[in-house]
Design a protein around this ligand. Structure first.
Ligand SMILES: Nc1ncnc2c1ncn2[C@@H]1O[C@H](COP(=O)(O)OS(=O)(=O)O)[C@@H](OP(=O)(O)O)[C@H]1O
Ligand SMILES: Nc1ncnc2c1ncn2[C@@H]1O[C@H](COP(=O)(O)OP(=O)(O)O)[C@@H](O)[C@H]1O
Length: 196
């Protein structure tokens, strides 16, 4: 960036990780609306928090009612939404936190972009795999009903695409796997990744 010269501060991510006695990275939950991203993210965060891990959760609905309230759901606005979330995640990672991020993030290219901003080594992808049929059946917020009636445009799964990850670090098939089991599996496998 022209005329911007970053200042190098003495205290960095490695210092904070050392002080906290664990590494910091993002656990990125992707999946359809109603797939179970927030539910799973919440339980994973609780488990980590109980292990004295510094965590911070970022969620689509929360971010979109604050810092990103200027953005809607066109492909360009989703990309900008996710770019900002990636930059915010990076700040939290550098502050020593394990970031628990749940965003539909429907396009592979946008998830790749997020990964590039955050750094591949700091990005753990969890695919919350729930069929569209089941998400529509749950329809907790009544959004699928509205989308089917044409009252919401660009709704993921209805008139906007969702591209499933090809090689996620974790995949949770919520219609098949018990929620508690999935949380245990994820948190169990994260232990090595947390070690300094
Ligand atoms: N058109 C459309 N498509 C998808 N979702 C919609 C839409 N309009 C509103 N909502 C609500 O916004 C939440 C998704 O926001 P995200 O920031 O995760 O979306 S994205 O990653 O930028 O695609 C999503 O939350 P979740 O259900 O928790 O996924 C919806 O509640
Ligand atoms: N593993 C699961 N099995 C069954 N129902 C689930 C599961 N995870 C979430 N749900 C239910 O699905 C609905 C949507 O979950 P939510 O976490 O809000 O999804 P998202 O954040 O992806 O929109 C909620 O009613 C929740 O109780």
């Amino acid at each position: 960036m022209k005329n911007i010269i970053q200042h190098s501060f003495n205290i960095n991510k490695a210092d904070r990780n050392k002080m906290n006695d664990h590494l910091s990275f993002v656990i990125w939950f992707t999946g359809l609306s109603g797939s179970g991203k927030s539910t799973l993210a919440n339980l994973v965060e609780k488990e980590l928090f109980n292990q004295n891990i510094r965590t911070f959760a970022l969620d689509g609905d929360n971010i979109r009612s604050g810092i990103n309230k200027d953005l809607q759901f066109t492909p360009e606005e989703r990309e900008e939404n996710l770019r900002r979330v990636a930059e915010i995640s990076k700040l939290f990672i550098n502050s020593g936190n394990v970031v628990i991020a749940s965003f539909i993030s429907p396009l592979r290219k946008d998830r790749e972009y997020v990964k590039k901003i955050i750094g591949e080594e700091n990005f753990i992808e969890v695919f919350v795999n729930t069929s569209l049929q089941e998400c529509e059946r749950r329809d907790v917020k009544g959004l699928y009903d509205k989308a089917r009636k044409g009252e919401i445009k660009n709704f993921t799964g209805i008139d906007a695409p969702y591209e499933a990850p090809e090689a996620p670090d974790f995949e949770v098939k919520t219609e098949l796997e018990d929620l508690e089991k999935a949380v245990k599996r994820i948190v169990g496998q994260l232990q090595k990744k947390l070690e300094i």
